[in-house]
Design a binder for this molecule. Sequence first.
Ligand code: CA
Length: 244
Amino acid sequence: VSGEPVVLVIEDDIDISRALQALLGRAGYEVVLAGDGREGLRRFHAINPSIVVLDVGLPSLDGWTILDRIRELSQAPVLMLTAKGDEMDKVRGLRGGADDYLTKPFGNQELLARIEAILRREELRRHDPNRYDPSAEAAKLPRNTFNEGDVFIDITAHRVEVMGKEIDLTPIEFHLLETLMRHRGAVLTNEQLLQHAWRDPTATGPDRVKFAVLRLRRKLGWSAPGDGPIETVRGFGYRFTNRG
Ligand code: CA
């Protein structure tokens, strides 16, 4: 068994998938190919890859459906490949929980750089000392909780409730909520949120923050911009308020 990161490439265009296999293989990754959506999902569950490179336009099940199915069960990183110049695809991908996207045609080095960046973020998250560790040692720690109006967060137990109902959040969404609640009342910039929630001070991209906030609001049950305690402060960032 090798220790190389495993990349699952779900792509129906044989020329592209063979090129990706060669490129990623040379870069030291183990590559598994799937030529359609159903096979992609089967392989995903069979091999538990380090990262998925997922084409949007696929036969049998399209990339959006695959992304939804993966997100139902897993936080494995997903890099979407979208059709040329399709802005809606980017928006949809980030809203749906993709970690990043690339528009075809893309350069080899750009693809490698994106994959490396995503895997590095995953690695940082895994080694984060603040991350919930279910060992007995961690269980002895004092509970670290915030209760603000309708929202309750238990950082040690990695648990979020809204009006007593438990909410399932991805690690990014959880850290985002945690960061906003720890600094409640203060306006946090996109850069500060990227640094705290993504644990990646070199990351850029207000869109990344914007769509993560949208998903978080939706999961917490506040879909309209004026609903709930997470306030957008136009031109500055976001603030957790307790407006009751
Ligand atoms: Ca395709």
